[in-house]
Design a protein around this ligand. Structure first.
Ligand code: SAH
Length: 225
């Protein structure tokens, strides 16, 4: 069990990062259609304020994306919840691949629900901070690397689930190739301003996409930084 299954000292207080603030966020997510109890439970327990800069801690339980430096953002809680629901809907994945570690929040959510999370981030300093957070929270089932994740992480394939947290105009065939036959891939796809959150499953020889909503993610970029 990870340490965030117990309320942290600050979570027991009544400040902006308190359990009360988290509960308000959870109530809002339910209103906005998030229904999976397992996902709501993890979001209730996981201290999102530890994944943002100290100056933004007081806003950590608002349902908004927040800057994490280097022009990147921690995703909006509703989006994290919706993507996580889609990933665990059919079955709990033993192995998940995430492209775009960012703050590490989405990876930490998945680590609480799935077997092992493999996460790839192209900006080394963001990855370093994310790893510190995993350690602080006692999360031991996340493996991460600094690389261009557009081609996945073939070494540990196949994955039961793949999640992209940055948007490309299309999904590299290499990613589909690393998905288990009954696996699910969830990703924002499309140009800035017109991205759709899609959930893909194999149906015979073809990939069938389900539209989960309109979203606004940072772009999937090439190379490492
Ligand atoms: N899942 C993150 C969201 C971070 S924003 C969170 O919970 O905080 C998306 C991240 O994807 C950024 O950190 C960005 O640097 C990263 N990214 C963009 N293109 C990438 C690529 N090709 N490979 C790996 N990471 C990428």
């Amino acid at each position: 069990m990870n340490v965030f299954s117990r309320p942290t000292p600050e979570a027991q207080g009544l400040g902006m990062t308190s359990q009360r603030a988290r509960d308000r966020l959870i109530a809002r997510l339910k209103e906005e259609g998030i229904a999976d109890r397992r996902v709501l439970d993890v979001l209730t327990r996981l201290p999102r304020h530890l994944f943002v800069e100290p100056a933004l801690e007081s806003r950590a339980y608002e349902d908004t994306a927040l800057p994490i430096g280097h022009g990147q953002t921690i995703s909006q809680p509703w989006v994290v919840a919706r993507m996580t629901e889609a990933l665990i809907e059919a079955k709990i994945p033993a192995k998940v691949l995430e492209i775009g570690t960012g703050s590490g929040y989405q990876a930490a959510v998945l680590a609480a629900l799935c077997g092992t999370v493999y996460t790839v981030e192209r900006i080394e300093s963001l990855l370093r901070e994310a790893r510190k957070r995993f350690r602080k929270l006692g999360i031991e089932n996340i493996r991460s690397k600094n690389d261009d994740g557009r081609v996945g992480w073939p070494e540990f394939a196949p994955y039961d689930a793949i999640i992209l947290t940055a948007a490309g105009e299309e999904i590299d065939a290499a990613l589909f190739a690393q998905l288990a036959p009954d696996g699910v891939l969830v990703a924002p796809v499309g140009p800035p301003g017109a991205q759709r959150l899609l959930s893909y499953r194999r149906e015979g020889e073809a990939w069938k996409a389900q539209m989960l909503g309109q979203v606004s993610f940072v772009p999937l970029l090439g190379g490492v930084a």
